[in-house]
Design a protein around this ligand. Structure first.
Ligand code: SF4
Length: 204
């Protein structure tokens, strides 16, 4: 890890990271996006297919769900720092197909990538952190953490990971809405907006 608090320098250094095997098959490192002055940080799982091609987080279908949810929760995306627990796209290919299918990163990969996430937390020092989905939540709150048990609660990150103690919330990843049954989507979306709104209220 470079000894810097500058996001641009961290992003440059992360381009050549070989901290786990995921860099081999992915197109590029997808570092976080946003200003160091952002008061809120949203953490997802890993870049998806479109993010991997674009080199930017949350620009695919899940990103569009998130954009809509942020809008409804009255949180401006431009004022949020967006990142992922894992910075390279993990995928598999069905035999004979070019389509890349998302694979959940392993605990080892999440732990290998965590220094980048901690460096982003250190550089941005957000007042509020929202962990989107189990991978992000477990990265910072431990492998036993269950989003379903703590949704809507204000949590604290371990002091050794985030000494500035941001108000922390865990909710679902927006991609889960796309995977779930169509008839449940409106309720699931409303619940995500509620969670973001509660987190946003911490900013006053
Ligand atoms: S996923 Fe993270 S730790 Fe693994 S190579 Fe990419 S940037 Fe490095």
């Amino acid at each position: 890890m470079p000894p810097t608090h500058e996001l641009a320098e961290l992003a440059t250094a992360a381009r050549t990271c070989e901290g786990c095997a995921l860099y081999r098959d992915a197109s590029q490192t997808v570092f976080g996006a946003g200003r160091s002055s952002a008061r809120m940080m949203l953490v997802g799982e890993q870049p998806g297919d479109q993010e991997d091609r674009a080199g930017a987080p949350f620009v695919g279908p899940a990103g569009r769900v998130l954009d809509k949810a942020l809008l409804e929760a009255h949180i401006e995306r431009e004022r949020v720092y967006l990142t992922n627990a894992v910075k390279h796209f993990k995928f598999s290919r069905a035999a004979g197909s070019k389509r890349r299918i998302h694979k959940t990163p392993s605990r080892t990969e999440v732990v290998a990538c965590r220094p980048w996430l901690l460096a982003e937390l250190d550089a941005v020092e957000p007042e509020v952190v929202v962990l989107l989905g189990a991978t992000a939540a477990k990265s910072l709150l431990g492998d036993d953490f269950r989003v379903t048990q703590h949704r809507g609660e204000m949590l604290h990150l371990p002091a050794e990971l985030a000494p500035h103690d941001p108000a922390t919330f865990a909710t679902v990843h927006p991609s889960s809405l796309l995977r779930g049954p169509k008839e449940d989507r409106d309720n699931a979306f409303a619940a995500l907006v509620d969670d973001l709104r509660v987190a946003g209220e911490q900013l006053g």
